[in-house]
Design a binder for this molecule. Structure first.
Ligand code: PHE
Length: 337
């Protein structure tokens, strides 16, 4: 009996069959219990001998089962660990990494550039008062130049800003007539245009403003030259063309030499060798005065540029609508370090 039991315990494959063996040999209906129960029928001399023998056999089987059980439990843990182990040397599954929208990238590049020149960033509301959008910029109600900017009106006095220039007035007001003021202001603007490859009813602008004592047109030219070279390459030439804006006098538009053909004439610059980049000028004395600055003491310049246009030129994008459709096939092409 003992040998048979030990043999079976030894060959038990799992904890369940081991438990069955325990019941079979040591349980209440098992052979050992039966032997012990039958002790009463034995003679006085036989009892201790048989009792001892039965107990020895029970202990042997018990300890064999215990040993086997520990062994099986260990095997089970080992198997589980083997199954759940991770090979850290395997190549990972690739994670889709996003990137900045090309417009955001260009705007941040321009911001960084002007921060490096001592400008700080300002922002203003997209839903604007007629006063800041027009009147404070020397565009009274009946001014014909208001037609230059088709506007989305919300009420007679409130509209979606048509440019970021209202922040010239807002920022100057906040400085209480004391310079220097040196900000750039990026933001969305809105015009009642029909969308096509080069027009959008909503687009972005970056406004620049510098007010201090003795700010001159040559300072404007200097800053814009630095900007053009940093943004489009050191060998860029700039030229200022006379222009008209009601809030600047004199007003100039800046062209840069074409960075596609080096000024020789190509389709990007329409064979002129020059590309128009932004509008700017010396702040009109009326504008300074309305915003609390004494035009006899202070002067300043302002400029406004369109990051879409700059991004389109820089990356050779031929349709402004690509910026707003958010087609990942387009967006994925602009990876920035
Ligand atoms: N606000 C003008 C526009 O939207 C650009 C501009 C800004 C011109 C600042 C001069 C000075 O066209």
């Amino acid at each position: 009996l003992r040998n048979e039991a030990l043999e079976q315990v030894k060959s038990a494959q799992d904890l369940k069959s081991l438990q069955d063996l325990r019941v079979k040999y040591l349980g209440k209906k098992g052979p050992i219990t039966e032997v012990l129960r039958g002790m009463g029928k034995l003679s006085k001399e036989e009892r201790p001998v048989i009792g001892q023998l039965a107990n020895d056999v029970r202990e042997m089987i018990e300890s064999a089962i215990k040993e086997k059980q520990e062994h099986l439990e260990m095997e089970k843990i080992k198997a589980q660990l083997a199954k759940e182990s991770i090979d850290v040397t395997l190549p990972g599954s690739p994670v889709q990494v996003g990137n900045h929208h090309p417009l955001t990238a260009v705007i941040e590049e321009i911001e960084d550039l002007f921060i490096g020149l001592g400008f700080s960033i300002a922002e203003g509301p997209e839903v604007e008062n007629d006063y800041y959008n027009f009147e404070a910029l020397n565009l009274p109600k009946d001014h014909p130049a208001r037609d230059m900017q088709d506007s989305f009106y919300i009420t007679e006095e409130i509209l979606l800003r048509t440019h970021t220039s209202p922040n010239q007035a807002r920022t100057m007001e906040a400085h209480n007539g004391k310079g220097p003021v040196k900000i750039i202001c990026p933001g969305k603007v809105y015009r009642r245009d029909t969308d096509d490859a080069t027009h959008s009813h909503q687009f972005m602008q970056i406004e620049g403003l510098y007010v201090d004592k003795n700010v001159r047109l040559s300072d404007l030219k200097g800053i814009l030259t630095v900007f053009a070279k940093k943004m489009f390459g050191e060998d860029r030439q700039i030229r200022l063309r006379p222009s008209y804006f009601p809030f600047t006098e004199p007003s100039v538009e800046m062209d840069i030499s074409c960075f596609h053909c080096g000024g020789n004439g190509c389709s990007v610059c329409k064979k002129t060798g020059w590309i128009e980049i932004l509008g700017s000028g010396m702040i009109h004395p009326n504008v300074l005065e309305m915003s609390g600055f004494d035009p006899k003491v202070y002067s300043g310049f302002a400029f406004g540029m369109g990051p879409e246009r700059i991004a389109m030129l820089k990356y050779g994008i031929n349709d402004i609508r690509h910026f707003y459709n958010n087609d990942v096939r387009f967006l994925k092409q602009f990876k920035r370090a």
